[in-house]
Design a protein around this ligand. Structure first.
Ligand code: URA
Ligand code: SF4
Length: 195
């Protein structure tokens, strides 16, 4: 697994399958534990992520980490975080369908190797792609949908919560639902509150 994972990462880091390769500083492959039972999927790298080569490292990422930690999850130990596209769209525009299609192959291979029990989609773009093209984040966030034995949940994107702080309690409730589901169905995810 480790070897296949490292090989996939190396191949992905050389990818030029869509136009987003032109202006990138880093391919943002993902971060976390590839043996995790829970996979988070965001939209695509922003400026900080492109410069650092890691997903969710700006203010949104800090908020995400805080909410994760409150339910015993962290990118260091028990989840993996990836994006629908691995290179930054210029001026943070939405990734185009053709860019998502080109990059979907990498995400699919990551999914196959991780083989998660639960997939959490952060925001509209990831939920459209992974759950349904008519997914409504405001109405359907926090609900689980089963597909091929995997449970999918859409959540508010951390950047959206920063723009609409009144949504924080509702957003955090989804993390509590996630924790409960992990305790119910995940056999080797250890929730950790020690660091
Ligand atoms: N927003 C995303 O959707 N993904 C990131 O990695 C950073 C910001
Ligand atoms: Fe390749 Fe994805 Fe980057 Fe496009 S966004 S160049 S498909 S890694």
């Amino acid at each position: 697994m480790d070897q296949r994972w490292e090989q996939l990462k190396r191949e992905c880091e050389r990818c030029r399958a869509c136009g987003l390769c032109e202006a990138r500083h880093h391919v943002v492959f993902g971060v976390g534990n590839p043996q995790a039972e829970v996979l988070f999927i965001g939209e695509g790298p922003g400026e900080n992520e492109d410069l650092r080569g890691e997903p969710f490292v700006g203010r949104g990422g800090q908020l995400l980490d805080t909410m994760l930690e409150a339910v015993g999850l962290s990118r260091k130990h028990n989840i993996y975080i990836a994006n629908t596209v691995k290179c930054r769209p210029p001026k943070n525009r939405d990734p185009l369908p053709e860019e998502q299609d080109a990059c979907g192959n990498w995400l699919k291979q990551q999914m196959n190797l991780i083989s998660p029990r639960i997939v959490v989609c952060l925001g509209r773009i990831a939920a459209f792609r992974m759950i349904s093209p008519d997914f409504k984040v405001t109405k359907q966030h926090g609900q689980f949908f089963e597909k091929d034995g995997v449970l999918y949940m859409g959540m508010f994107h951390p950047a959206a919560i920063l723009r609409n702080p009144h949504q924080k309690p509702e957003a955090f409730a989804d993390f509590l639902k996630l924790r409960d589901k992990i305790e119910e169905i995940c056999t080797h995810t250890e929730l950790r509150f020690d660091d």
